[in-house]
Design a protein. Sequence first.
Length: 469
Amino acid sequence: MDYLPMGELTIPIIGGDQVLDNADYADAIPINMLAVIRDIKGNPGYLISHDGLTQTHTGHGVDRGALFNERWGRSFRVSGENLIEIVGGAVVVIGDIPGADRVRMAYGFNSIMIVASGSTYRYDGTTLTLMTDPDFGAPIDVIWIDQYYLFTDGENLYHTDIGDETSINPLKFATSELSPDKTKAVGRTQDNLLIAINRYTTEYFVDQANENFAFTRINQKAVNCGIVSTGGWIEIGGRVYMLGGAKGEPVTFKLLGAGQAETAATDYIERIINSYSEAELSTAYLEGRSRARDQLVYIQLTNHTLLYNVFVANKFGPQYAWSELRSGEDAWRACNGVYDTNLGQWIYGDKLWTTIGKLDDTLASHYGDSVTSQFQTALITMESVSVSDLELNVVSGYGEDTALFVSTTQNGSYHGAEWTKYIAMALMYNYRYIVRRVGYVRKQIGFKFRSLNKSKINVSGLKVTHDGG
């Protein structure tokens, strides 16, 4: 039997382990925290609380979608059954958008188009108008590309004329023909290609100003991967991320490459995604946000909000890139985030209430409510030793007094009693988080830390002192 020499052991805190009820290992992802890659005292990174939420406005209902019109410099939302504009600290009602579903929005030089509950609305900056031309049909998605508004109704692709945004020429229709699966969404890539994303396939088109339908399919760029919902894709950092898969595959989180798609989800993330039926996933959607050098993808599911850090995934692999966001015991309540350049803030609506708020990097709370923060370590082999103490490298002094609970597991499944100690104390910048007399380890040990906090938590390395057995 090999014994550890007496001394100290440094345990990474980015990337934890757990054992599930089926006796399989799985990731233990952080809750309401995300990894940041930066060398801190010899550690490759640290965990910090996700930005909190502070109310800025009150809407007119549950948030259904948002758009910041860069050309006009104006911020719009569909809140309840109203199209509203955020003007400074005020909310201005523009008109009615009946329904309860999540809307799709796009803008061009002179207008905004809104697709909601199978109807199309145009706002020209002054008047909101329902489009009555029957050839608009019952669209599910809309984009602006090359001076056209382009729509899909799930079967067809069609667009407006350059000189007339209020009618559809019945000759300007096409279909995505790689396979007979339904078209779920349309989009414009960063290199200005039309992308038609179907349930199991993705096709690209280029504008060649054809007489009828202006776009021509690029056959060699087609990919056998699609999405499960209209909002189930996003392009961020020049790369397309999808919630979906190919025919015959379970739904997962994919990254499109050159003619192929690779899985970016871990086994544990796939377990969460596939706990939902296809019908339940039909309302899921992705959001994106840039934060310093990090690019973040949010997967908004009915009961989960999953966060994927693109930079961390590229640096260390997807197993370290995932977190989960919660408001109380529910999914993260924020939705439909847009960066408002007038306010210099990321502004979000609310899935349940009329609240409109901003991401606030000075706190962790959600509209004044404490959040549960949690992270776990990997299981570390420490056979037949006694752990005298552990020390977590923390940042203290910048918020209110915050307690952190720690427990241990020796099988990855069940955790023992918790120790309670403050992780941060107001104005105590040199405070140290040390727990003593942790106990005897027979074979292996892992640590779980959790807090109910309003202030931000910042932790890096974990150092364990033991007797060597």
